[in-house]
Design a protein. Structure first.
Length: 410
């Protein structure tokens, strides 16, 4: 057995130990279990009496740690806004053990959450057997507590991603996704594609996009261009898995580099393979930060010099669930966007208004060239993008949606 396989085997063994520990605590009355199991088929979601609009405490429990992108978008800022509105909020995060999930922290977080006795539990992405058993426990022992499952990626397509070991790890991580959605009182889905999938298992599904932190990502003062170099920028954590999408840019950028002074700036190129491949081209490239950082002014400053923001995506099952977060953060900064017509990009990017959609090499070249040549168009599109984000995708607006859905459960 290889070292990596041994790590995965040990991780699975630790998970089984944690489950056994939980099983000694868990007693599920058979009649209550029958009642709750109806949720798996989306048959009903209000099996217990109404409490009225009395929700006071909300707890988030996430699969990710404090530097993971997803909880930075869908847990931490949402919790802060809810606290400002008078709710009591707790966010339970867990740091990974190397490449694998920390099941010990997962069990500890669930125990701490149960002690907090929240009115509402929002489970963010985490959906393995441990989560499922604790949902059973919670719904049996505290049936008045409402459970909401929240996610922002096509977790049901993880079999299409990464190496064999990585895929197996993810399959274990999301093994009970459908069952947990079925037992939940509601599902918050980050994109239309995820909404459609969730409705197979739950009849109370809400479109809740990932919020753009408009107080962080906002138009910043830029020094006047002195050399007329146009910066085309990409924000993300560029791992090897992102390479197929980034390759969509290579031919258009090489073509445009022969005609214009451009540079391609990446923020957070985390893979040596990404850096090596992009360095082989004619256009200038810089790679920005070397690691993940919190969503703060430092990150916003890194993308403040983008003239154009790009979001290329290969059209495949997993990417169709993407929530257009890059595009929204560019727009919040007042930066025009060119993106692939995949996933939520088709709803966020309004062609000719706040950016362009590009599905072919020619479309990418034409859209970028139009923006390179017209500074007033870049500014106009950037301004309209900022306005749309403030009106529809700010933390405040997304929390409004969430609170409305939560209070309907009361």
């Amino acid at each position: 057995m290889s070292g990596t396989e041994t790590e995965l085997y040990n991780d699975h063994a630790r998970e089984k130990l944690a489950i056994n520990e939980l099983s000694t605590e868990l007693y599920v009355n058979s009649s209550q279990r029958e009642l709750r199991y109806g949720r798996v088929h989306g048959l009903f979601h209000s099996s217990y009496g109404s409490r009225g609009h009395n929700t006071q405490s909300i707890s988030f429990i996430s699969e990710g740690g404090k530097l993971n992108t997803s909880p930075q978008k869908r847990c931490i800022p949402i919790s802060k806004d809810l606290k400002a509105r008078g709710y009591t909020c707790h966010v339970f995060l867990r740091e990974p053990l190397g490449k694998y999930q920390n099941v010990f922290a997962q069990v500890a977080n669930w125990k701490a959450l149960l002690r907090a006795e929240p009115d509402v539990v929002i489970i963010h992405r985490s959906s393995n057997i441990i989560d499922y058993r604790y949902v059973q426990k919670l719904q049996t022992e505290r049936p008045r507590t409402r459970v909401i499952f929240d996610y922002d990626d096509a977790l049901f397509h993880v079999r299409t991603l990464g190496s064999h070991v990585q895929t197996l790890n993810r399959m274990l991580l999301y093994s009970h996704l459908n069952k947990i959605m079925g037992r939940s009182d509601a599902v918050f889905a980050g994109s239309h594609y995820l909404v459609s999938y969730s409705q197979r298992y739950n009849s109370n599904v809400h479109l809740v996009p990932s919020a753009a932190a408009t107080e962080v990502f906002r138009p910043l003062h830029r020094a006047p261009d002195t050399d007329a170099v146009i910066t085309i920028g990409w924000l993300g954590g560029a791992t090897k898995q992102i390479l197929p999408s980034l390759r969509l840019l290579i031919d258009p950028l090489n073509h445009l580099n022969a005609k214009y002074k451009i540079r391609f700036k990446m923020v957070r190129a985390l893979s040596k393979a990404v850096k090596a491949e992009l360095r082989q081209n004619d256009f200038a490239v810089s790679f920005g930060l070397d690691g993940m950082i919190p969503v703060d002014q430092k990150l916003a400053q890194e993308i403040a010099d983008f003239d154009i923001g790009v979001m290329p995506l290969v059209d495949e099952p997993f990417t169709r669930g993407k929530c257009a977060m890059k595009a929204l953060e560019y727009m919040a900064m007042g930066i025009p966007v060119v993106a692939s017509p995949v996933g939520e990009n088709c709803y966020v990017v309004k062609p000719g208004i706040n950016g362009f959609l590009a599905g072919t090499c020619t479309e990418w070249s034409n859209a970028l060239e139009m923006l390179i040549n017209d500074g007033s168009l870049r500014r106009a599109m950037g301004n309209r993008g900022r306005e749309m984000v403030e009106e529809e995708y700010s933390v405040e607006k997304i929390v409004d949606r969430m609170v409305c859905a939560i209070e309907q459960l009361s």
